[in-house]
Design a binder for this molecule. Structure first.
Ligand code: HH2
Length: 289
C-alpha cells in the first residue's frame, strides 16, 4: 500500500518501514536531553539512516505521561534547525512530531514531508488545513485525554473497537476536509491513555485497525508497558521486549514501526515480515547473500 507524503511516495508493506525517533527535548522518557544541540541531533539522525531507518521523526515536545506542554516558539527552536540541516544535507524522509499547525507548517517548508500528530488533528484547529494545504503525509494517532492526564484510570468497554471507530471517524473528517486518503496513516497510540492490558489487546488486534485500509503505525519502543511486563524499570534496558512487541505488531499488520533502536529493529522487522509474508524471502535473502 502506498503512503503519499508530499512528493514522496512511500511503500508501506510488505516490507515494514522503520521510523527512527529523534527527540530534541530535555524531558522525553527515554532519550530526553541527549540530542539537545542541533549538531548532536544531526549526528544521531545520520546514524539512524545508516542503520536503515526509512523515516526520521523529529520531535520537540515530550508526550510522555505527565509531560507539560511547551510553546510553539520553543518547539520550533528545537526542531526546525535539525529538520532544515537534515533536509539540506541528505535525501532523508523527515517527519515532524507535533500537534501545532504553526510548527508543522514551518517544518514542511524546511523539508519535512510527514506530520505526525498524536492528537489526530484535534489539538489545533488549524492543523487540518495545514495538512491539506501542504500535501504532507499525516499520522492520525488515537489518544484518550492529553499527556498530563491520559494515564488517570483509562477505561474502555472494547478498546480495539473504540480505537478503530475513533480512527475511522478522524480519517473521515480528514478526507471530508480535502486531505487525500492516500496521505493518511493510522496509529492506535500505544501508551496514550491505555493500561498494560489495553496496550496488549490493541497490539494483538492491530489487524482490526489495518482493516480500515490505511498503513498502520505502531510506536511501542521502550514504553512503560514493556517495562511492566518484563520487570525492567529502566527504559534503556527494554530493547528485547521492544523487539518482541515489534515482531508481534508486524504479524498483526503494522507496516510502520516507530523505534529508538534502529539497527536491531530493522533486523527484527525483516525476520517478522518474512514470516508474515514468505513472498519476501527471495528478495531478502538475495540482498543479504
Ligand atoms: N509515541 C511517542 C511520541 N510520538 N507518535 C506516534 N505516531 N506514535 C507513538 O506511539 C508515539 C508518537 C512517545 O515516545 P517518545 O517520543 O520516545 O517519548 P516522548 O513523548 O517522551 O518524547
Amino acid at each position: 500500500m502506498h503512503w503519499q507524503c508530499g512528493s514522496v511516495r512511500l511503500n508501506s508493506g510488505p516490507m515494514p518501514l522503520i521510523m527512527g525517533v529523534l527527540n530534541t527535548t530535555p524531558d522525553s522518557f527515554s532519550d530526553g536531553g541527549r540530542f539537545l544541540s542541533a549538531d548532536a541531533a544531526l549526528l544521531r539522525a545520520r546514524e539512524m539512516i545508516a542503520q536503515g531507518a526509512d523515516i526520521i521523526d523529529v520531535g520537540g515536545e515530550s508526550t510522555r505521561p505527565g509531560a507539560e506542554p511547551v510553546d510553539a516558539a520553543v518547539e520550533m527552536r528545537r526542531v526546525l534547525p535539525v529538520i532544515e540541516a537534515l533536509a539540506a544535507g541528505s535525501r532523508a524522509v523527515i517527519s515532524v512530531d507535533t500537534t501545532k499547525a504553526s510548527v508543522a507548517r514551518e517544518a514542511v517548508r524546511l523539508g519535512a514531508c510527514i506530520i505526525n500528530d498524536v492528537s489526530a488533528m484535534t489539538a489545533d484547529p488549524a492543523m487540518t488545513a495545514t495538512v491539506r494545504d501542504t500535501g504532507a503525509g499525516v499520522v492520525l494517532m488515537h489518544m484518550r485525554g492529553d499527556p498530563r492526564t491520559m494515564q488517570d484510570n483509562p477505561q474502555y468497554a472494547d478498546v480495539t473497537g473504540e480505537v478503530a471507530c475513533w480512527l475511522a471517524a478522524r480519517m473521515a473528517a480528514a478526507t471530508a476536509a480535502g486531505i487525500a486518503p492516500e496521505a493518511v496513516a493510522l496509529d492506535p497510540g500505544i501508551g496514550f491513555g491505555k493500561t498494560v492490558t489495553h496496550n496488549v489487546e490493541l497490539i494483538s488486534r492491530l489487524d482490526r485497525i489495518a482493516s480500515l485500509g490505511r498503513p498502520v503505525l505502531a510506536g511501542m519502543s521502550r514504553k512503560r508497558f514493556i517495562g511492566a511486563l518484563s520487570g525492567v524499570p529502566d527504559a534503556g534496558g527494554r530493547l528485547a521486549g521492544s523487539l518482541a512487541a515489534l515482531a508481534c505488531a508486524i504479524l498483526q499488520g503494522a507496516t510502520i514501526l516507530r523505534v529508538h533502536d534502529v539497527a536491531e529493529s530493522v533486523q527484527a522487522a525483516r525476520v517478522a515480515a518474512a514470516i508474515r509474508n514468505p513472498a519476501l524471502i527471495a528478495a531478502l535473502t538475495e540482498v543479504s547473500s
